[in-house]
Design a protein around this ligand. Structure first.
Ligand SMILES: CC(C)(COP(=O)(O)OP(=O)(O)OC[C@H]1O[C@@H](n2cnc3c(N)ncnc32)[C@H](O)[C@@H]1OP(=O)(O)O)[C@@H](O)C(=O)NCCC(=O)NCCS
Length: 191
């Protein structure tokens, strides 16, 4: 028998009420749960990925169940003598029961459209190479290909190599940022 499920519905919201926030946090905790993670690893992960620059959420529901979501972020980034309106995507999560059905990709497309609508020039996120190639490259992301630096919530300085950029409203700026060779300073936390 064919499975008859309501079509996933994607919404973009600027804020969540406390109940919605709890549901969203539960989705993140479920999606990112790593069995056997030590307390130090948990601390480091929380320290690295701050979300002070949150401007909204992309949420995907099937019926009234939240099955996927992500954070939309934005930061005024000092870069090359100017300020870049850097959009960002973080906390990309699909509930384990709903993976492999294109939910992350569809939600990501809506999130990118929304960042563009907000006027962000270039989008940034971090991802391991395989996920970057198979998911994020589909919506325009290309690997930064060089180190970037950022500050954790504790003030600790980090250097990582898994950054990706995509054009939003300024493709030429994105191309120039990708062609640059200097370490990129994210001037804040990672997303
Ligand atoms: C990553 C995640 C959001 C993908 O969600 P999803 O709804 O299953 O993704 P989609 O169905 O839209 O998949 C889109 C593409 O990405 C690929 N993909 C999905 N998860 C992947 C993974 N973990 N590694 C590599 N590729 C992956 C899919 O195979 C698909 O590509 P294909 O069409 O070539 O097969 C989900 O697995 C998740 O919540 N993971 C845990 C949290 C996480 O790692 N988030 C990302 C942090 S950068």
């Amino acid at each position: 028998m064919t499975e008859h499920l309501p079509k996933p519905a994607i919404t973009i919201v600027d804020t969540l009420d406390p109940v919605q926030q709890e549901i969203f946090d539960r989705l993140l905790a479920t999606a990112f749960h790593k069995p056997g993670q030590t307390e130090e690893e948990h601390w480091a992960s929380n320290d690295r990925y701050g979300s002070d620059d949150k401007v909204g959420y992309a949420l995907t529901h099937v019926g009234d169940r939240l099955v996927g979501g992500m954070l939309l972020l934005e930061r005024a980034l000092p870069y090359g003598g100017r300020t870049v309106r850097l959009g960002g995507i973080g906390g990309v999560a699909t509930h384990p029961d709903w993976r492999g059905r294109g939910i992350a990709e569809a939600t990501l497309r809506a999130a990118m459209d929304d960042l563009r609508r907000r006027g962000a020039e270039v989008a940034y996120l971090c991802a391991v190479p395989e996920l970057g190639r198979r998911l994020y490259a589909k919506v325009g992301f290309a690997p930064l290909g060089r180190p970037y630096t950022y500050r954790g919530r504790s003030g600790k300085e980090y250097t990582d190599h898994d950054g990706w950029l995509a054009p939003l409203t300024d493709p030429a700026l994105c191309a120039a940022m990708l062609a640059d060779t200097a370490t990129l300073d994210l001037a804040g936390s990672n997303w």
